[in-house]
Design a protein around this ligand. Structure first.
Ligand code: PMP
Length: 397
């Protein structure tokens, strides 16, 4: 017998929390764990631009025949325009090659396997802290994961000098995972000068940047959020990007993202990309079509694109509003501790500084679900639940 010997795997720290939330029967429960955008009504509806693209696809789709290994070709082109800017020389010089992937997670996994087979050091540096699944994905694929300094809990800010110092100790050929924008879980991003310093460091030390870009448009704007990636891409000869459209198109369950490789020249890009395709073929052969067709339909239609940009701006602005309201409401509840740093962070998440005991009390006594690290999904706050959440936080502090 084999299965009788198999041990119980631990629940995923974030998705496990959602299961516990679902099972909670208290009617006033609030889930601020998983990173899902909710509107003021606490719902995650399909975007109008997506519904319209799906209506077009229903009318025009002719076949369910397999896609090629790299997915929908028109999709791969619009991905590159979003990442590098539509007039980017990286695109015109054909230095980039993109494969559609099942979500950002799928893209990271493909990148990881590519790195395992095609790098000597097989080592990747991630920020401390980082999205919990990074270590899981990279270690499962067989890479060695090391950490670089990033966040200082005492100051609720980053320590850029410490980050640079740690990465200066990396070995030539190591990979550096960088959050393109809206760092998960801290919400703290590099500024443009810092991005250039990191780009220069990667160039000088021969480190390969791998951008995880899961929140384009959730920080400042679609173009603004890509400035770090574009600045580094202007400095280094080669890099990788794993991007996701789960959040900015609300396409969570369509599993749509992409892995993009940028090489020194078109010939090297094509040759290296053949290894990405080999990895995909061995994993899932070719990607599912629907998500890629939705995104490419929207981005290649001026009207739908304009509508999507408005819908994305609406999500971004609502989150920003919730940050301010959250900080103000904590003050109004008599909390003396300074939480103003929350309104300076970017994206869906806020590293609240709440400790494990406080997080546990919020769950047990108040049915408020937050990840153990104290990460709050600000995108789950609404005008309705903010008073409940702030009252509870005031009690556990
Ligand atoms: N990277 C980061 C930093 C994320 O936060 C997420 C989603 N939580 C992903 C990648 C994966 O995105 P997807 O759901 O598209 O797999």
């Amino acid at each position: 017998m084999i299965f009788t010997q198999v041990s119980q795997a631990p629940a995923d720290p974030i998705l496990g929390l959602t299961d516990a939330f679902k099972a909670d029967e208290r009617p006033h429960k609030v889930n601020l764990g998983v990173g899902i955008y909710k509107n003021e009504a606490g719902q995650t509806p399909v975007l109008n631009s997506v519904k319209k693209a799906e209506a077009i696809l229903l009318e025009t789709e002719q076949t369910k025949n397999y896609l090629g290994i790299e997915g929908v070709l028109a999709y791969n082109q619009v991905v590159q325009s979003l990442l590098f800017g539509k007039d980017s020389q990286i695109i015109t010089d054909k230095r980039a090659a993109t494969a559609q992937a099942p979500g950002g997670t799928g893209a990271l996994r493909v990148a990881a396997e590519f790195l395992l087979s095609n790098t000597v050091s097989r080592t990747i540096w991630v920020s401390n802290p980082t999205w919990a699944n990074h270590q899981n994905i990279f270690e499962t694929a067989g890479l060695t994961v090391k950490q670089y300094a990033y966040y200082v809990p005492e100051t609720h800010d980053m320590d850029f000098d410490a980050m640079v110092e740690d990465l200066s100790n990396a070995t030539a050929g190591d990979v550096v995972l960088l959050h393109g924008c809206c760092h998960n879980p801290t919400g703290i991003d590099l500024n443009i000068e810092q991005w250039k310093i990191i780009g220069q460091l990667c160039l000088e030390k021969s480190l390969l940047p791998l951008f995880d870009f899961a929140y384009q448009g959730f920080g400042v704007g679609i173009e603004e959020d890509a400035q770090g990636l574009r600045a580094v891409a202007a400095i280094v000869p080669e890099l990788l990007v794993a991007n996701s459209f789960s959040k900015n198109f609300g396409l969570y369950n369509e599993r749509i993202g992409a892995v993009t490789l940028v090489a020194e020249d078109a010939e090297t890009a094509l040759r290296s990309f053949s290894q990405i395709k080999k990895t995909i073929r061995a994993n899932y052969s070719n990607p599912p079509a629907h998500g890629g067709l939705i995104v490419s339909t929207i981005l290649s239609n001026d009207e739908l694109r304009a509508e999507w940009e408005l819908e994305l701006a609406e999500m971004r602005l609502r989150i920003a509003k919730m940050r301010t309201l959250f900080v103000d409401s904590l003050k109004a509840e008599g909390v003396e501790q300074d939480f103003s740093f929350i309104s300076r962070q970017n994206g869906m998440f806020s590293f609240s500084g709440l400790n494990k005991q406080q997080v546990a009390r919020l769950k047990d006594e108040f049915a408020i679900y937050i990840v153990g690290s104290g990460r709050i999904s600000v995108a789950g706050l609404t005008q309705q639940n903010i008073p409940i959440v702030c009252k509870a936080i005031a009690q556990v502090l």
